[in-house]
Design a protein around this ligand. Structure first.
Ligand code: BZD
Length: 808
């Protein structure tokens, strides 16, 4: 018996008629229009408000239950939340989907039509932002008292289109027509300072007075985060920057100086204007640091306000509060909490430091050295003078501790210092994050191990117990139930109930069907129907997908070399027994990342050449789906046969697309990188296509003087592929891509080429036997239950947060 039948009960809680009454009344009183004159947008807004009301009622009960129990809270601080489309999710999570489908007929609309108007809030770049969204979903589902804190960017991740095969960017004014899912909370606005100077406080050696030179308001609003199969509704609180009243210069306005009159307010509002679209390299822009501090300052004051509603003793703060830092972006929270406790609440330094360290935990999401955030000391000093002083003091006391443990080891001291000296003085945010937290975790086994052994090795020597692994996970509700309803229905039917949606390891029960011919037939027909819906290519072709941000370490260029090789093989043997394949790429490149944008251009040039070739095009098609986002992922993932996870081993921290695809029955071709290793261990090595160097071999290869030209010279197919690019077979593009592969090949693309090509041949051999392939596909789904974000959250809750659920 599934204990979570609340959803079913609530489904009965309202009849279609009652829901229809609510719709009509909302249309009339809240939207201010009538059925006769309602636009599609009116209908969409009305439906959204009506569904939202169902969640709002649960939200009120959740808040009351939380207040009554004064629990330990998890605060998830993240510069990014990629929440995905809200309407379909909230219909599911409120159990109103079916009645709403009937009731919208009163508005003369269909549910599908209105879902098409739902705009996803693109408040994140990629995996890190989507992880934040999956974790808050699972926290609510597991009844964990939690708040996500983020920034309400006016412009989310840019919209991508292709223009002559090249990426073009347009701003994403996502809330242009309003956002019905958002609740403004103007009463909880905060005031944030920047710049200025500090002054000594008479009679205190540690306290200081900070006199900011600029004041900005932070206005919060929140989005509801319902749990699935439970009454809990948590929130994500998003801050938007506003100029204060004083920032509007009335006298200038009266004198006709309109631009000058508002310049200060414009400056303030720029803080939350746009999401930085770079997901790896750090530009060191002051505005980005300003965004980070804005998020942190507003959120910490809000957290303290909430603490003081029920508590008065600061010694209980760390008992009642854990703040998880999603990467280093919110790390200034550490000196900010110190500042609040020492300067504003007048705690002794040591007491404040003990509280601070116990309060925070830090998740690292990278291994790329260029992605570790550092800020020039002079930028910090100008923007946040008091915080720099506090960091200096934290650093001095910390280095004293290191010196005691490792006397005379000056190299170690300079490696571990929060302040880097070369080539210019910079604040190292990862070092600060490790020093100021109780726990540090990587996001997959290999990643956590490499963090301990390489990037954060000195810190792991000093504090071995601080370092942990928490393997990432994804929401099975969004990425199976909503994205792949056909498969969900089959699973529910086969398992007898839908308890797997909150207990994903139950998918293992599918194993007994893996060899069943009629089940296999249904499995295949679902995949085929999903491909027909996607309409990217022939639904009977092998649908091979590579969907993720464009980055050289992820190696879209390796996939491209495979496509070119396949093209040449078919041309050389037009009557061969070729397997039709549709290769689908989707993903954005950071606007300033020219090498990644060149790879996009070359992919599209190769795709166009193939499409125009009557010999090859029946067997090979390259599709580039524009503007990859959560919504598009939900369409592609269910239709994929093959999942490309081909990063250079040791570079991809975890990956989460790999999990979504395996869960939906795609087979993975991948390296021993990130969570691929754990996927392979669970689905079975015979159900996974492995190739390439491992992380250790890759590091060795680099150290021993890697020469990409050796591979070019020794491998005829590789040489022909690169020569074709340079000879202009695909037009006058790709010379830079080829040049960089032959020149440095930073990510060992050529070293893994042969192994990859041979592995793709093994993929095709497996595809020729549909029963065998389908069996492998079923087993991938059956053994991906571990990758539920519910499990990830349970791991954090048990080992890092030490929180207990509160049932509403
Ligand atoms: O985080 C990603 C990693 O690359 C993936 O391996 C991992 O699975 C996910 C979740 O842990 N990192 C990012 O997505 N990083 C960013 O988006 C980012 C954004 C701004 C600045 C730096 C990085």
């Amino acid at each position: 018996m599934d204990l979570r039948q609340g959803i079913g009960l609530r489904k009965l809680g309202k009849t279609v008629d009652e829901f229809q009454q609510d719709l009509l009344s909302n249309l009339y009183f809240r939207r201010g229009t009538t059925v006769e004159s309602a636009s599609p947008r009116d209908a969409y807004e009305t439906l959204s408000l009506t569904v939202r009301d169902h969640l709002a009622e649960r939200r009120a009960r959740t808040a009351a239950a939380h207040y009554a129990s004064n629990p330990r809270w998890v605060y998830y601080l993240s510069a990014e939340f990629l929440l995905g489309a809200q309407l379909e999710q909230n219909l599911l999570y409120s159990g109103t989907g079916e009645i709403a489908g009937q009731a919208v007929k009163a508005l003369g609309r269909t549910l599908e039509e209105l879902e098409g108007l739902d705009v996803e809030p693109g408040l994140g770049n990629g995996g890190l932002g989507r992880l934040a969204a999956c974790l808050v979903d699972s926290m609510a589902t597991r009844d964990i008292p939690a708040v996500g804190y983020g920034i309400r960017y006016d412009f989310g991740i840019f919209k991508q289109s292709l223009s002559d095969g090249a990426q073009a960017e347009r701003p994403d004014d996502w809330a242009f027509q309003g956002n019905p899912w958002e609740f403004p909370a103007p009463d909880d606005r905060q005031t944030v300072g920047f710049y200025g100077h500090t002054e000594p406080v008479p009679g205190s050696s540690t306290r200081k007075k900070w006199v900011p030179g600029e004041i900005v308001l932070g206005e919060p609003s929140h989005m509801l985060v319902p749990g699935y199969g439970t009454d809990t509704v948590n929130i994500v609180r998003l801050w938007r920057a506003r100029g204060s009243e004083a920032s509007f210069d009335l006298s200038r306005f009266s004198a006709g100086q309109y631009a000058e009159a508002v310049q200060e307010a414009v400056r303030a509002e720029n803080i939350s204007k746009v999401l930085y679209p770079d997901d790896s390299t750090e530009l060191g822009r002051e505005l980005r640091l300003k965004q980070q501090y804005f998020l942190v300052s507003c959120s910490l004051r809000d957290i303290i306000r909430r603490f003081r509603l029920r508590n008065s003793n600061w010694d209980e703060f760390a008992e009642k509060t854990v703040i998880q830092l999603n990467d280093t972006h919110p790390t200034i929270a550490i000196p900010e909490l110190m500042r609040l406790l020492v300067d504003e609440y007048e705690l002794e330094w040591d007491r404040a430091w003990a509280i601070t360290r116990k309060t925070f935990a830090y998740t690292c999401h990278t291994l790329l050295p260029e992605a570790l955030e550092t800020w020039p000391v002079h930028v910090f000093e100008r923007l946040l003078p008091r915080h720099l002083e506090i960091i200096y003091l934290i650093n001095m006391l910390f280095l004293r501790e290191v010196e005691e443990r490792f006397p005379g080891d000056n190299d170690r001291l300079s490696r571990m210092s929060i302040i880097g000296e070369q080539p210019e003085r910079r604040v190292r945010m990862a070092n600060l994050a490790v020093v100021g937290t109780e726990a540090v975790n990587g996001v997959a086994e290999l990643h956590s191990k490499l963090l301990r052994e390489t990037v954060l090795n000195d810190f792991a020597d000093l504090w071995p117990a601080k370092f942990q692994n928490v393997t990432n996970g994804i929401s099975p509700r969004r990425f199976v139930k909503l994205a792949n309803p056909r498969l969900s229905d089959l699973i529910t039917e086969s398992l007898g109930d839908d308890g797997w949606l909150t207990d994903l390891e139950r998918l293992a029960e599918l194993e007994s069907f893996a060899g069943d011919a009629s089940f296999q037939e249904r499995w295949r027909s679902i995949k085929r129907a999903n491909k027909v819906d996607l309409a990217a290519g022939d639904p009977d072709s092998l649908t091979d997908v590579m969907i993720k941000r464009f980055h050289e370490y992820k190696r879209q260029q390796l996939k491209l070399l495979h496509i070119i090789t396949q093209y040449q093989r078919i041309r050389n043997d037009p009557n061969g027994d070729w397997i039709p394949r549709t290769v689908l790429f989707a993903g954005k490149a950071a606007p300033a990342y020219h090498a990644a944008k060149n790879i996009i251009r070359l992919i599209n040039a190769v795709g166009a050449t193939i499409a125009a070739d009557p010999v090859v095009s029946p067997y090979l098609k390259v599709v580039f789906a524009e503007n990859y986002n959560v919504t598009l992922a939900e369409q592609i993932v269910p239709a994929a046969d093959l999942s490309e996870q081909i990063s250079l081993a040791g570079k991809e921290a975890s990956g989460t697309g790999n999990m979504k695809l395996a869960l939906n029955g795609a087979l993975t071709i991948g390296t021993l990188d990130g969570a691929n290793i754990e996927i392979r261990a669970r689905v079975g090595e015979e159900n996974f296509f492995l190739f390439g160097l491992d992380a250790f071999e890759a590091a060795e290869r680099k150290i021993s003087g890697y020469r990409p030209a050796d591979h070019y010279e020794q491998d005829a197919e590789l040489r022909q592929a690169i020569d074709a690019i340079n000879a202009g077979v695909f037009g006058d593009v790709g010379h830079d891509v080829a040049g960089s592969l032959l020149g440095h090949d930073e990510y060992l693309t050529l070293a893994d080429y042969r192994s990859y090509i041979d592995c793709q041949d093994a993929v095709e051999a497996a595809w020729r036997d549909p029963d065998h392939w389908t069996r492998m596909s079923i087993l991938n789904t059956a053994h991906s239950g571990f990758f539920s974000a519910d499990r990830t959250v349970a791991d954090y809750a048990a080992r890092i947060w030490r929180v207990t659920p509160v049932r509403v």
